[in-house]
Design a binder for this molecule. Structure first.
Ligand code: GLU
Length: 290
């Protein structure tokens, strides 16, 4: 096999992320029986970015149930994470909760009856409980950096507001969204926080087993933007990536896996992180396809 260039590019469109040293790599795995394995920079905090969309989706489904699906779909988009193209023809209803437009609607839904501070408080409580770690926090500098350069996200939010699919002032929904993306975790914390998606006997039960399956289905089909099919093909596990270079992948009933390396593919997924999870899946035989 020809050597692949796995360096990639850091997410330079968020200035705070552009400063991260791209040569880092970490990985952590928590098994269903509670055993943990970690390697490399597994204790270095990084910006989880879009991985936060999984936790916000779990909160939104808990709050609204299936009515959330009136406002956001469950289909892969085949488009870039920040694309506005489909929103025009689909009248402001985003394809799924893991592209930016869908995540902004999901966050807007969680804001119903809450202030941004309360919604973010609920999100942090959920993540901390999932990881059993109260140190997990939001990096304000990253949130500010995103707000300062988030013109595409503003465009998405205003577009959806015009179509009646954003109920709050776009500044409020986006302020909350930028802060959720700025949650910081280490690989070890992220792998622990993913245990609730494993449906394993010892893992924290924050969401019903049926809902866990559904969130995993969305991670498999939509978790890596326009490279979701490729991740499913290569890895065979549900996963969610973020432009900070993190990936959370779930081997149902077996393991929660976190990998991090800041160099990204053209689609915004960690190159080395994907490679590492692919190797792990190959060597362990973990796959949802038997
Ligand atoms: N905060 C990022 C954005 O809105 C999230 C994108 C990602 O992690 O894929 O652009």
């Amino acid at each position: 096999m020809a050597a692949r260039d796995l360096r990639g590019e850091v997410a330079a469109y968020i200035p705070e992320l552009a400063r991260v040293d791209p040569r880092q790599f970490g990985m952590a795995v928590v098994l269903a029986d509670g055993r943990e394995f970690a390697t490399g920079d597994a204790d270095v905090p990084f910006s989880i970015q879009s991985i936060s969309k999984v936790f916000m989706l779990a909160l939104a489904l808990g709050k609204l149930g299936d009515t959330l699906w009136n406002r956001v779909g469950r289909e892969p988009s085949g488009q870039a994470f920040n694309s506005i193209l489909q929103l025009e023809s689909e009248r402001g209803r985003p394809r799924n909760p893991f592209i930016n437009a869908g995540a902004i609607v999901t966050t807007d839904a969680v804001l119903d009856g809450s202030t941004p501070r309360e919604a973010l408080g609920s999100l942090l409580r959920f993540i901390r409980e999932a990881a059993e770690d109260d140190r997990i926090h939001i990096n304000e500098a990253v949130a500010r950096s995103e707000r300062a350069t988030g013109h595409l996200n503003y465009a998405l939010a205003h577009f959806m507001h015009a179509h009646g699919n954003l109920r709050h002032d776009p500044d409020l929904s986006l302020g909350t969204y930028f802060h959720q993306c700025a949650v910081e975790m280490t690989c070890r914390q992220l792998a622990r926080s993913g245990r609730f998606l494993m449906n394993a006997p010892g893992a924290p039960r924050l969401v019903s087993a049926v809902r866990v399956r559904r969130i995993n289905a969305l991670m498999l089909t939509c978790g890596h933007y326009d490279a979701s099919g490729d991740f499913a093909y290569r890895v065979g596990l549900p996963g969610k990536s973020g432009v900070g270079g993190g990936i959370l992948a779930i081997a149902p009933g077996r393991a929660s896996i976190a990998a991090w390396s800041p160099g990204l593919s053209r689609q915004g997924n960690s190159l080395l992180g994907t490679e590492a999870i692919e190797m792990l899946a190959r060597q362990t035989g973990w796959s949802i396809f038997g």
